[in-house]
Design a protein around this ligand. Sequence first.
Ligand code: 5GP
Ligand code: ZN
Length: 153
Amino acid sequence: MTALPIVTGCCAILHEVQSKVKNFSRIFSSLPKGNPSKIISMDCIFCKIVSGEIPAQKLYEDESCIAFSDIHPQAPVHLLVIPRKHIASLAEARADDAVLLGQLVAAATKLAAQQNLAKGFRIVMNTGPDGGQTVDHLHLHLLGGRTMHWPPG
Ligand code: 5GP
Ligand code: ZN
């Protein structure tokens, strides 16, 4: 009966993953409930990049997000990480999007390592007009390859 320890081990891992996802979701539980975001927005540039209608230099993709080079780079490394589904901004994210938001950050961290940004990098999510957001599809900027300044403009 060697199968039992394997099954027990799998259950323990599953339990740990479930509890991590639960904790993560709890952190974001203050976000509004329900999900007003659409899967796709017809007039959204980034939705068109997701569908392939507009070309982009893709560096990463998985089932939930894609990353590509910014068309107007502000640093030697300037990538955008976006969810495949259309969420207009971080202000529109809902509790259901908690895992997705974590996946975007995890993808950016992975890309930072791939881009040799061991000396550091900056992640930015411009949100709304005062936040400097110009494309209304939630995205995360990964900037690196030079010393960043503070405060930002
Ligand atoms: P935001 O200003 O909304 O924080 O960032 C939007 C970013 O998208 C800007 O840095 C801008 O250069 C980039 N961007 C806008 N249109 C395109 C495009 O068609 N392709 C790519 N790769 N980047 C774009
Ligand atoms: Zn979109």
